[in-house]
Write a protein that binds this ligand. Sequence first.
Ligand code: E4P
Length: 215
Amino acid sequence: MKLFLDTASIDEIRQMWALGILDGVTTNPSLVAKEGRKFEDVIREICALGVPSVSAEVVATTVDAMVAEGRHLRQIHPSVYVKIPMIPAGLTATKILAGEGTRVNMTLVFSANQAILAAKVGAAYVSPFIGRLDDQGEDGMKLIADIVQIYRNYHVKTEVLVASVRHPIHVLDAAKLGADIATMPFAVMQKMALHPLTDIGLAKFLADWQKVPKG
Ligand code: E4P
């Protein structure tokens, strides 16, 4: 499974990129707003690190404006995926952009039927928001299971990008279901690497090593 960071923080991206575990980055207007920097500067800087997939979201809501914004964003760097919201106009805009070779990440997806439509118009990624579903008492992971099964049934090429991830169990369950990608906050990716028994075990090994005669 590919692991993406869900952030617009260059510092966070640099840290995970240095570990060699990062396959991509997703941003959204809320994440960019937190950084207090110009949107395109942030996207350019992430791409310059060498991150192969960087999702940048349009803020227009009409077909023509979304297409124009998508065309503008994609020319920033070859690694840019254009995020388009799952609204009716977004379907038309995705059909047009995908037809021109732009890779679209269809975002704000909350149902399997929406995912079927995203695939129909040629989205490269579909982004179901599981945490937000869980937050309101629905089963976000059930949606991932449904989409993975439907896409398998029809050999759909659109990749399932599990979004709105809140904790490491979300990542684990998504991997078990065969989702293509999980995008997660920095803290969740950090937690994936950590286990207290690893730290205790290493401390013991290093302490015992001091007892081994040297020279
Ligand atoms: C990523 O593409 C989404 O914008 C993001 O995962 C949403 O996460 P949130 O529900 O924590 O805001």
